[in-house]
Design a protein around this ligand. Sequence first.
Ligand code: PLP
Length: 402
Amino acid sequence: MSAPHVSAALNRIQPSATLAMTARVAGLKAQGVDVIGLSAGEPDFDTPDFVKEAAIEAIRRGQTKYTLVDGTVALKEAIRAKFKRDNGLDYGADQITVNVGGKHTLFNALVATVDPGDEVIIPAPYWVSYPDIVAFAGGVPVIIAAGAAQHYKITPAQLDAAITKKTRWLILNSPSNPSGAAYSPDELKALGEVLLRHPHVMLLTDDMYEHVWYADFAFATMLQVCPDLTDRTLTVNGCSKAYAMTGWRIGYAGGPSWLIKAMGKLQSQSTSNPCSIAQAAAVAALTGPQAFLDERNAAFRKRRDMVVAMLNDAPGLDCPLPEGAFYVYPDASGCMGKVTPDGQKIDSDAKLIDYFLDTARVAAVPGEAFGLSPAFRVSYATSEAVLKEACLRIQQACAALK
Ligand code: PLP
């Protein structure tokens, strides 16, 4: 029997830390442990009925075969109309790609363009998969730290200082997973002006949480405020978060046709087309009524306000108020160096999260997974009653640290 062998590319990446925590919670629950999971990155709402009906109808009419590799004509048209309606962006049909979830969109873009040694700038805290996908592609993640004091947003000066001749991409994610922080149009414009001075740098804007933000903020994507970046920007989005369609696996992007074509070439030799039925459902999601998004955001906002207030009442935690997404990212500097009732020293956010899980039976994700410590991510995509109980348990656990 041959010895086990995995590739060097595979050895450069780690399993997803958020999925690992979700699996740990599922394991504890299966053993009957009363654990509250605040680690999952998906809305607790259901996929809207009109979207489900469109999928059932697609099955009935036989839309169950291969489609064009990077998306049906109908879905690409729906995406073009969405970009026009929501973002004022005009993409041609050859400037749209549809992929198997937003993660796949990012994977295609980076693997299709990053050469060994190329640098990709990633602001931290970042979504867990960015550095791993870059590393898989052979690139070098260049991390810019943006802590709680700067509301988890990078400054133009930081961006300028991070750019070198080897920079291939900047990845921007607003509203952010894990911090919920979102850039205002003026803040985006200031970053865009830095990019305009460095024409070799491409921009990947991950707008996955475009529809999850609160009334005192208004979402903008970079090309709305800096249209001069159009020929080197990939605007990434998807159905997972806005339409509560995480399981359907539809991500998409608009960008320059050469890049869209390159991503399609890679996809043609890997997944082929995204699921035909999910694509039909995505057409319905993007073209159907959008009013329910406001109702959901109203519920998310109530939860955000409660969670931020309760976590700020926990000794040692400092939780900035995020503009969007469904996460908060409390800074846990005030807990470091303290000792648990059974004598364990808390010297990392990973230890703090283990302590929360073991004693308070609350699961969150340690900041080390997102590149900015000491902190942790709480997802508030769960009911108010459960969140309240979870925050009470965190308060008690923090108060018990000496
Ligand atoms: N980008 C960000 C910032 C995310 O949080 C996620 C999902 O957690 C994705 C992309 C990927 O989304 P999908 O589930 O469509 O692959």
